[in-house]
Design a protein around this ligand. Structure first.
Ligand code: CTP
Length: 406
């Protein structure tokens, strides 16, 4: 049984090299049980054919606003209504601009203007087009209209440039569709729960232009937030500075420093489950000046540090308003399990996810993770190396079991 059983997705395929991935998306959505009907823009047809979309979806693909056969058969208004969600993948800069401006010169944009269904867009475009203020402005308008967004991811692009602009992978988009639509209640182990996640590094200012930071990318924490939302939780993600897109369906609070993170976490309580995945800086510069520190004949300035609050320990040790399930992470480079066990006791959490972050493992900033799950009762489980998304899904499933047992 698929998580999208009985669901109908209208997939609008935009014109871009990522259109070929939209064909794979049709397959992934169908594997999860969804029925998929496609609309291709004129640009999309430069990259993939309506025939390919029809063959993969098992339904006729639509292309023209003024196709008499089409209008007699289903019509653009019916297309806009006869589904449970509309997914736009790839969503080009032009499609975003049309959607934000309410323009409807072709079938795809007309359907998008006529629909009242939930819409998910998977942007894909050149880095500079993505970062252009006009695109970002359109994106903000669309988010304000309630459009859900997945991606874009950071990576190498067709033009050999690197940066944000790559369309999210088909499985990520299918996950986002699941999060948007929700499954049957029994597939939502965290429905009705509030889950709080911290993610990313913190930046601790030295002066107005310099800061102390670490190599955390936020990938694991963000993946947990996304997986928890897909599992039906209301999710608050408190994130340090990262370059990742906001996970769909998650309330994101952005912070810079450890002290701001603690404040945001406290403001987000109460929560049923709190997962502290952030790589919080243990120390911050003791003094912060308003002026840039200048080079001088006296040589480099001493960098005196002072300790940051321990967010996990502060929350886990609360006597009032402690989330019933508090999960910490342990980033270690030696004696992973022994150190992680000591951390559970020291910080007072219920469960710890321990990982080896030595440079050779590539975990910090990478896409894969090898973790051990250690319980307060001394239990130990070692998971095989897998993608951070998979770690997140498994962890969330585990949290669902904890949350279900009294
Ligand atoms: N943590 C936190 N606030 C801090 C430091 C850490 O909330 N100021 C949380 C992390 O989010 C993680 C856990 O504590 O869940 C362990 O973080 P880690 O960096 O592994 O441990 P440290 O407390 O920094 O201990 P050590 O430096 O000894 O490894």
């Amino acid at each position: 049984m698929g998580a999208l059983d009985g669901r109908r997705v209208l997939l609008v395929i935009g014109g871009g090299i990522a259109a070929y991935k939209a064909l794979d998306l049709i397959r992934r959505l169908r594997e999860r049980g969804a029925a998929v009907r496609c609309v291709l823009t004129k640009g999309a047809q430069e990259f993939v054919t309506p025939l390919a979309a029809a063959a993969l979806s098992g339904q006729r693909a639509h292309t023209d606003l003024f196709d008499r056969a089409d209008e007699a058969d289903i019509g653009h208004i019916k297309l806009a209504r006869d589904a449970d969600a509309v997914v736009v993948a790839p969503a080009t800069a032009n499609t975003l601009a049309r959607m934000a401006g309410g323009h409807a010169p072709d079938l795809a944009s007309t359907v998008l203007l006529a629909t009242t269904l939930p819409i998910l867009i998977a942007p894909a475009m050149n880095v500079r087009m993505w970062l252009h203020p006009a695109t970002q402005r359109n994106l903000a308008l669309l988010k304000g209209d309630g459009v859900a967004v997945v991606g874009p991811n950071v990576g190498r692009m067709a033009e050999a440039e690197t940066g944000p602009g790559r369309m999210a992978e088909p499985d990520e988009i299918a996950d986002a569709v699941e999060a948007l639509l929700g499954g049957a209640p029994e597939e939502k182990p965290l429905s009705g729960r509030h889950l709080l996640v911290t993610s990313g590094p913190t930046h601790e200012p030295i002066d107005p232009v310099r800061y102390l930071a670490n190599r955390s990318s936020g990938k694991q924490g963000h993946a947990i937030a996304a997986a928890a939302a897909a599992a039906g939780a209301r999710v608050t993600l408190v994130s340090g500075p990262v370059t990742l897109p906001d996970p769909p369906g998650v309330a994101v609070v952005r912070v810079e420093t450890a002290r701001e993170m603690l404040e945001a976490v406290e403001a987000a309580l109460p929560a049923d489950i709190a997962v502290f995945a952030a790589a919080v800086a243990d120390w911050r510069p003791a003094a912060f000046g308003d002026q840039k520190i200048k080079k001088g004949p006296e040589g480099p300035p001493p960098l005196a540090l002072t300790e940051n609050p321990d967010i996990l320990a502060t929350i886990a040790r609360r006597t009032e308003g402690r989330p019933p399930l508090v999960v910490g992470f342990a980033a270690e480079t030696t004696d992973v399990i022994a150190h992680a066990r000591a951390k559970i006791a020291r910080k007072g959490c219920d469960l710890i996810v321990a990982n080896d972050v030595s440079a050779a493992t590539g975990v910090m900033g990478g896409d894969r993770n090898s973790v051990h799950l250690i319980g307060r009762d001394g239990s130990l489980e070692t998971w095989p190396t897998m993608g951070k998304d998979e770690v997140a899904r498994r962890l969330v499933a585990r949290l669902g079991q904890h949350a279900a047992s009294p």
